[in-house]
Design a protein around this ligand. Structure first.
Ligand SMILES: N[C@@H](CCC(=O)N[C@@H](CS)C(=O)NCC(=O)O)C(=O)O
Length: 81
C-alpha cells in the first residue's frame, strides 16, 4: 500500500513533505482536500484539522510536516541528516 499524503495545493508545509518524498523516490499518492470544507474522514484522522497528514497504513496516520519528514528520513535510507 503506497503512502498517502493528505494535502492542500497551496500549503507550504505539504510541500516540505512532497520534496522529501520525491527526493527519496518514495511511492505515494496525493489526496487534496478543501480546507474551507474539511471532510469528516479528514477531521477523524487529523487531530489539529491541518494538512499535511501521511497515511502510513490502515492504522497509522502521521501529522505535522516535521514529524512526517523525520519519519520518512528514518524509514527510507540514505538519511538526509
Ligand atoms: N505545523 C503544521 C502547520 C500545518 C498548517 O498550518 N497547515 C495549514 C495549511 S498550509 C492548514 O492545514 N490549515 C488549516 C486550518 O488551520 O484550519 C505543520 O508543519 O504541518
Amino acid at each position: 500500500m503506497p503512502l498517502e499524503l493528505i494535502s492542500f495545493p497551496l500549503c507550504p508545509y505539504v510541500q516540505r513533505s512532497v520534496i522529501t518524498l520525491l527526493h527519496k523516490e518514495v511511492l505515494f499518492t496525493l489526496t487534496h482536500i478543501d480546507l474551507a470544507h474539511k471532510p469528516d474522514w479528514f477531521l477523524q484522522i487529523s487531530p489539529m484539522g491541518k494538512v499535511p497528514c501521511l497515511r502510513v497504513d490502515d492504522d497509522v496516520v502521521l501529522f505535522e510536516s516535521q514529524v512526517i519528514n523525520e519519519y520518512l528520513d528514518e524509514t527510507t535510507p540514505p538519511p538526509l541528516h
